[in-house]
Design a protein around this ligand. Structure first.
Ligand code: UT7
Length: 332
């Protein structure tokens, strides 16, 4: 087999819409309390996009922030892979809309639908193109406007989700000591019944009835999703570490999908990982679906918990069910 090109994340940009929805705001909207949300989920506030602001808009701002922190010519982008469950429209893909808004003349791209694993699946897809040696610059984006499908009368759902986006640039890693090492992933479609949006697709196209029956909102059996997430997050992280002859002690930084603080801490405990190596920002941003992982990478950089050469374990579980874990050495 030909030697694969090692691939690195060479830049990162994120974007959170400015409007903040606090637990105090939610207390006025549904029968909930700050204490319940903090103790059961760990969220204090989340960012919400204004009406008319779509996933492509958040994605474009994330890419602009990426370029601001790591100037390069966007025209060199070979491919855009975008994870989302809240595309601007059923079609065209949000990747096409982002390409157009950024004016990247000669590229191609597509969306990846993998729920909360959307960014991780997009990342692993993008990595393959650079790894194969033909692509030099791939933009991987996770962007979701969860507020567009959240029922703000459903207290078990509306407290969880927020809006946000993140983008990374993938490039060949000249220094073979950094970059993406491995990934594992699995889908288990039996989980589709526990977290889904029934309306708006080919099964239940939009009608007055689908609107009346609230079919265009997130439907979630929180307990089932929670149990699966705790089990699968542990399984995926343990699997990738064992596959690479590593243990939790070898990991410098653990970046998990931010769905519930209790899921993250349970996984960290299982791996024997001290909490100072675990990135937590769910308190500030809630669950931004495909946005959580790049946004957590940004938090890790800002908090000085991520530096060149660090062994980073990334993991996600989401609707589908989808799950995965990626191991990489941070490149800058
Ligand atoms: O990334 C994938 C996306 N989704 C997830 O990761 C969600 C995973 N699931 C969870 O995070 C948790 O299951 C939830 C946060 C959704 C719910 O927490 P829980 O501890 O599993 O609560 P529960 O569903 O077992 O409900 C316990 C009680 C119920 O009341 P009763 O029946 O015991 O009287 C709920 O009605 O808590 C009630 N409850 C609330 N109370 C105050 C549910 N939501 C709320 C709320 N405020 N917001």
């Amino acid at each position: 087999m030909t030697q694969l090109q090692r691939v690195k994340i060479s830049a990162l940009g994120t974007y959170l819409p400015p409007r903040v929805l606090t637990n105090a705001d939610l207390e006025k909207m549904v029968d909930t309390t700050n204490e319940w949300i903090m103790s059961r989920v760990g969220i204090r506030e989340r960012h919400i996009a204004d009406k008319g602001v779509a996933a492509s808009d958040l994605a474009v701002e994330a890419v602009k922030n990426l370029v601001a922190s790591h100037p390069f010519d966007l025209q060199e982008v070979d491919l855009i892979v975008l994870g989302t469950v809240t595309p601007d429209m059923m079609y065209p893909s949000t990747a096409c809309l982002v390409q157009h808004k950024l004016g990247i003349a000669n590229t191609w791209g597509f969306d990846v639908s993998a729920g909360c694993s959307g960014f991780l699946y997009a990342l692993n897809t993008g990595v393959k193109f650079v790894e194969a040696g033909r692509y030099k610059k791939v933009l991987v984006i996770g962007s979701d406007v969860n507020s567009s499908m959240t029922d703000y009368t459903d207290r078990a759902v509306c407290i969880i989700f927020g809006d946000g986006a993140g983008a990374v640039l993938l490039e060949p890693a000249e220094d073979g000591d950094v970059g993406v090492i491995d990934h594992v992933a699995q889908i288990e479609g039996v989980g589709g019944q526990f977290l889904y949006m029934p309306g708006g697709g080919s099964l239940n196209p939009a009608t007055h009835e689908t609107v009346d029956q609230k079919m265009h909102y997130i439907h979630q059996d929180g307990k089932s999703v929670f149990k699966y997430a705790v089990k699968k997050m542990a399984e995926m992280t343990e699997r990738i570490l064992a596959k690479n002859n590593l243990t939790g002690k070898d990991v410098d930084c653990f970046i998990a999908h931010q769905a519930n603080l209790r899921i993250i801490t349970a996984t960290a405990e299982r791996l024997g990982m001290p909490m100072e190596k675990v990135i937590i920002n769910i308190d500030r941003y809630g669950n931004t679906t495909a946005g959580t992982i790049p946004i957590a990478m940004q938090t890790a950089l800002e908090e000085g918990k991520l530096k060149k050469g660090d062994m980073v374990l990334v993991a996600a579980v989401g609707a589908g069910f989808t799950s995965g874990a990626t191991l990489l050495r941070w490149a800058y």
